[in-house]
Design a protein. Sequence first.
Length: 260
Amino acid sequence: MLAEEQAEWREDPLGKRFMIGIGLYSPTLHTVVRSDSSNGIIGTEIDFESTMGMDDNDQLPLVLGYYRFAKKHRLKFQYFRLNRVGDTISDAPIRFGDIVFPANFPLTSYFDVDVFSLGYSYSLIHDEKKELAFSFGLQFQDIEMGIAGDAGPGFVREDSDVFVPLPTFGGSFDYAISDKWVFTSLIGVFGVDIDLGDDSEFAGTIMQFNAGIAYMAFENVAIGLQYNYFRVDVDVADSNWIGALEYEYRGPVLAIGIFF
């Protein structure tokens, strides 16, 4: 009897057990960074797009998937990497970490981040047409950034990096419009205040939203189009970086998923 019940829900559009997918993310980006000096002098708030000349759009491959180990229980993951560089001549002095870059000198910069999300969701409602779930997990962001240029006496470079484990909480709602079409959505808003006990503290807010549609083109293959929005606004006190980070990425994801 139990095996028959399991087989029954696994035949539903929302009952697939495994999914692995690849996609192309085309986000619009906004990044504001402040890196304070080691002796406590507040750094300049730098808009990496408008001030440092970085593109505010990119094309990013991503990997995503889930494992539904029971009718109401899923583990989910997602990974992508963002690498950007910029060139500019600033019209005002910039303090980044322990270095002040004077105005009217050529500067180069970079901002790299690896984003890996791992989460668990529990379905409050799951039937053949709809699924309402609560989810929580961690989004690990490995961030590296830096500025290089002529600081008057000569060429210098200042780098900052931090590894941020951001907790994520939210809810999702999926609806099977038909056997071929499924609507998906997720929303999460969370305030974070983390003391890791190794000279690393993070405090701020996280917002996340996505919504999209998936089409089962073949029995075990789906094509999906989704809009993703993610924003982080945190103050950071770490051995490698003291300052603040505000950045967001938002835009469409076109993905193909294989189900088992």
